[in-house]
Design a protein around this ligand. Structure first.
Ligand code: GTP
Ligand code: MG
Length: 135
């Protein structure tokens, strides 16, 4: 069965949006397979975003993701990877449609509250890195 890695970023946790964000995936009908609160170490953040390491915002991105606890989750269901990306909305929250998580809850690309894997292979890989403890 397909699984995706969803991570509520430090701004989502600090702003008290954990319940709201989890609720969107629950209401959609996906299955929560694992969840923990976690302080992401710098090396894991760098590995997670390694495709972006040449971008000018990379140091800011690593500082952001490691700035406080994140919520690590594994979600399961048919088509969950693409569907979760739709529920999350565009990377830039100002371009994200109303009704999406980022469209409703965020304004800055650098503070966009949630991560979702971009392919089933990356979902598997990211769950392996962040959710080894899951059921
Ligand atoms: P994730 O689900 O977090 O992977 O976001 P995404 O797949 O929508 O975007 P992408 O993987 O391209 O970028 C990862 C993260 O880097 C984004 O979610 C942003 O937090 C950050 N990011 C991407 N582009 C920019 C940018 O131009 N400026 C800043 N400050 N941050 C960016
Ligand atoms: Mg991405």
């Amino acid at each position: 069965v397909e699984q995706t890695y969803i991570m509520i970023k430090p701004d989502g946790v600090q702003r008290g949006l954990v319940g709201e964000i989890i609720s969107r995936f629950e209401k959609k009908g996906f299955l929560l397979k694992g969840l923990k609160l976690f302080q992401c170490p710098k090396d894991l953040a760098q590995e997670h975003y390694k495709d972006l390491k040449e971008r000018p915002f990379f140091p800011n991105l690593i500082d952001y993701i490691t700035s406080g606890p994140v919520v690590c989750m594994a979600w399961e269901g048919d088509g969950v990877v693409a569907s979760a990306r739709k529920l999350i909305g565009a990377t830039n929250p100002l371009q994200a449609e109303p009704g999406t998580i980022r469209g409703d809850l965020a304004v800055q690309t650098g503070r966009n509250v949630v991560h979702g894997s971009d392919s089933p292979d990356n979902g598997k890989r990211e769950i392996g890195k962040f959710c080894q403890w899951r059921i």
